[in-house]
Design a protein around this ligand. Structure first.
Ligand SMILES: [Zn+2]
Length: 474
């Protein structure tokens, strides 16, 4: 029998705020354990929470970006459970009135687009972090109380590859609006996965397992592959899949049972009595909407159309907002956006990768890149000279035209001057001349190279080629 896979994700995203969700403690990664804490985030009796408005704003921005409906009246609830990393024994979360409902994210797998529905986005506080050592365990509460946005998808994904593509697309959107650093290594973005199988064609969903401890997108994909095999194997053998929470073990590449899955009523949700409901006026929501950037996907299509660049290049350029902004700024100042795109695709991205740095950290400006493209187009420098100018711009910045003058990089397009260099090369390399006349076309490249070398790279290559061919064949 054939089985269909159904996958839904719960993505937890730490919001980029200065302070925690309900107290003034700073957020931060890497501080000494239990140094960023206070009575509120440690759950001392009588400590009162105060809402972080910035966290509300960032969550609403995320919802607007993916087309959610924003609840004008939203509230916080207590989710009760015991775990050593949660000092209050309840987590302040949102139950029946989350900030955002609905929305969607478009993904692409093997060139095929698919829309993944978003069920809801709610805001809650993060819990502490347990560390297990050889003979003891420790809990660090620095993370406890960090604003945590939970994005819950509809069960719309049907393969591990789709789940992976969703996470990539979501991360790109979150980085575009700057609501989170989305640094997986620092735990900014964590994911729980619900996966079930059902016989092909069956309407109702199969029994699901929830997978935990997925710290990388690749991990999500691997764990799903494993789980799909495990569940379909059980179903094929006529066994029943039980609803449970399973832990992914990346070292062994398997999932193992942690506990049978709780239902919502086990958490005894009730309204948080220490916090007022969140009321958002339509005008406030409208004002936030007006500040949103274009979606990366929309921008990609516009880049291809507006600047006449290949779809692949438009995808690369729009994937990162800083690069996309830089490209647009340079393309806007240039009459040759295609060349601007080529410089970024090949040279700028290479430098960023080699130096493991960001555009903001380089002295290269969009105006300088546009001007460099202009100098090449006007024939003031050839590509060899332009590469030299580019290296200067990357290290020191500056004005390309001035760099060309200071370094004597101007292209030689003077026919007379090139002709005399060509004559010299012909006299100096009789073997190559003979080879060429005997039909060895490769000899021509050698002669062009000799002329370029004599001009110290500054001769206009098409002119060299043309004059050389004329002389050799004449
Ligand atoms: Zn605190």
């Amino acid at each position: 029998m054939n089985y269909e896979t159904t996958i839904g994700l719960e993505v937890h995203v730490q919001l980029k705020t200065q302070s925690k969700m309900f107290c003034a403690c700073p957020t931060g990664y890497g501080a000494a354990p239990n140094t960023l804490v206070c009575p509120v985030c440690l759950g001392y009796p009588g400590a009162m929470p105060v809402m972080n408005e910035e966290a509300i704003r960032l969550t609403v921005l995320t919802g607007l970006m993916i087309g959610s409906n924003i609840n004008e009246l939203s509230k916080f609830d207590r989710k009760s459970y015991f775990y050593p990393d949660m000092p209050k024994n309840y987590q302040i979360s949102q139950y029946d009135r989350p900030l955002c409902l609905g929305g969607s994210v478009v993904i692409e797998v093997d060139g095929v687009e698919k829309t993944i529905g978003i069920t809801r986005i709610h805001l809650e506080e993060d819990v502490g972090k347990s560390t297990h050592m050889a003979r003891s365990s420790g809990v660090d509460f620095n993370r406890a109380g960090h604003p945590l946005m939970e994005i819950v998808t509809d069960p719309d994904m049907t393969s591990p590859a789709e789940a992976y593509a969703f996470l990539v697309a979501l991360k790109q959107i979150l980085l575009y609006i700057g609501v989170s650093d989305c640094n997986l290594e620092e735990g900014n973005m964590r994911c729980d996965v619900n996966v079930s199988m059902r016989p092909a064609g069956q309407k109702s969903l199969g029994t699901k397992a929830e997978l935990k401890n997925l710290n990388t997108f690749k991990g999500v994909q691997h764990a799903l592959h494993y789980e799909v095999e495990r569940q379909s194997g059980m179903l094929t053998r006529g066994e029943r899949v039980i609803q449970e929470t399973r832990r992914w073990d990346p070292d062994q590449g398997i999932t193992t049972s942690m506990r049978t899955k709780e239902d919502a009523h086990d958490y005894r949700y009730f309204p948080e009595p220490d916090l007022m409901p969140v009321v958002l006026a339509a005008a406030q929501i409208g004002a936030l909407k007006a500040t949103l950037p274009e979606l990366p996907r929309t921008r990609r299509f516009r880049f291809a159309e507006q600047y006449g660049i290949p779809a692949y290049d438009a995808g690369v350029l729009s994937a990162d907002r800083d690069i996309a902004d830089f490209f647009e700024a340079a393309a806007g100042l240039s009459s040759n956006p295609k060349a601007v795109s080529n410089w970024i695709m090949t040279d700028v991205l290479r430098v960023l990768a080699e130096r493991e740095t960001t555009l903001a950290a380089l002295p290269l400006t969009a105006a300088a890149l546009a001007s460099l493209v202009g100098l090449v187009d006007k024939g003031s420098i050839n590509m060899t000279g332009a590469k030299t100018v580019f290296e200067v711009l990357i290290d020191n910045g500056g004005d390309p035209a001035r760099i060309v003058n200071e370094r004597g990089l101007a292209q030689v397009s003077d026919g007379g001057a090139i002709e005399s260099l060509v004559d010299d090369a012909i006299v100096a390399n009789p073997r190559s001349v003979e080879d060429y006349r005997n039909g060895k076309k490769a000899a021509l490249q050698f002669l062009v190279g000799q002329v370029m070398k004599q001009s110290r790279g500054k001769a206009n290559p098409p002119m060299v080629m043309e004059i050389l061919m004329r002389k050799l064949e004449g």
